[in-house]
Structures are given as structure tokens and as C-alpha cells.
Write a protein that binds this ligand. Sequence first.
Ligand SMILES: C[S@@+](CC[C@H](N)C(=O)[O-])C[C@H]1O[C@@H](n2cnc3c(N)ncnc32)[C@H](O)[C@@H]1O
Length: 226
Amino acid sequence: MQLRDIVPWGRSFGEYRAMFALTGADLSGRILGCADGPASFNAEATARGADVVSVDPIYALAAEDIERRIAAVRPEIEAGLHAHRERFVWTHFDGVDELVAARLDSMARFLLDYPGPGASPRYRAARLPDLPFSDGAFDLALVSHLLFSYSDHLDANAHRRAAAELMRVAREVRIFPLVDLQARPSPHLELVCATADAAGRQHRIDPVDYEFQRGGNRMLRLMPPA
Ligand SMILES: C[S@@+](CC[C@H](N)C(=O)[O-])C[C@H]1O[C@@H](n2cnc3c(N)ncnc32)[C@H](O)[C@@H]1O
């Protein structure tokens, strides 16, 4: 898919759990959902007792404005899915209509939970590479469908700085997927791994039990030294 901008489009808790292979132990720590946008991960994880803070520039907007932006990008996303059906694995979803309905459900769940700019410590308006958190504030930071996905929109330096900032605020960082919007391996993966190595972290690529973009079934883990 070719998208002009980085779009607000949101996935569910179940998808996050699969994309990041989240265990009960992972979910018992302090979690940062970076670039969560209109995903329902925070709402659903919080309902299960998890401690999650989401950070995204769209949280500077009121819920109605986010809803309007979702409605505005939906036609472009639907058209891209129809035009490139062969780039996706249709096992979780039967087709484009079912997928879009599931995404809209997740985003409706988010919109019900989201109280507007500055109204909840669970939703913070900020953007990489400058996050408003102290060093080591989180046990785990999750980044779904921003880094690597938008390799054409965010250059190598943006990826390097984002990785460094995420490692500053979290003990472990997980990023999914490792392919760009056209399902090509991201050209920035090597640099992000090298950034972790230089910071004294271990990096590891794990296969996960989730594949929607063909070939997009691996996550990167940036972990503390052994
Ligand atoms: C495709 S959405 C992914 C939403 C969610 N993570 C998911 O997978 O369902 C990409 C999100 O990245 C956010 N974003 C764009 N630039 C960002 C930045 N520099 N730092 C953090 N988030 C950013 C957008 O506002 C948008 O909500």
C-alpha cells in the first residue's frame, strides 16, 4: 500500500498480544504504547488490569476530530487493501469488509475510552523522538505500525533517534512489523539494531503468531544486556 501520510488507524488488544507475543508477565509490568493512535490496546488492556500509557501526537486532538480523521483516511485505506489484496494473508480476516469492520470496532472502543487532550495520564500527546518520560519509566515499550512500516516517511536518522529514545524510557522495546507498507523488508532495520548494539543492548528478531502483511510476521526486541 502507498499512503501519502502516517494515518490514524487502530488495532485491538488481541492483535497487539499476538504481534508482540505478550505474556502475562509482560502485561503485569508498566507498558508504553508508542504511536498507539486510535488502537483499543490501552482501553482493553486497562480493563484487564494492565498499566498502560499511550503516547501519540493525535492525542492533542479532541475525540470528534480524531473520529473525523479516521473517516477521512478510511477510503484511501480501503482502496489500497482492495488494490493489493495479494499482499495480505487472509486467515485472521475473511476479506476487506470484515477487516475494516474489525478495525472500526477497535477504533470505536478507543473513542469511548479517550477523554480528550490532557484529560487522562493514560493518553499523552507527544511524538518520537522526544518523549515526556523519565529514564527507565517503563518495563516495556511497544511500537506497532509506525517504525519500519513508514520507512518511506521516516528516514534512517528518524529511526535511529526513535530507537535511542525508546531505549531511554523503557527497559525493553518491541517493534512490529519489520516490513514497510509495501511489505518490503525495511531498509532501516540494520541501523536500529546497530543503535541498540552501540547502546549496550541485545537485539533479537522473533517470529510471532500474527501475519497480515505477507512476510510481516517478525518483531524486533531491544533488550537489556544479558
Ligand atoms: C498506522 S497508526 C498505528 C496505530 C497503532 N499503533 C496500531 O497499530 O493500531 C500510526 C500512528 O503513528 C502516529 N505517529 C505519527 N508520527 C509519530 C511520531 N513521530 N511519534 C509517535 N507517533 C507517531 C500517528 O499519529 C498514528 O496514530
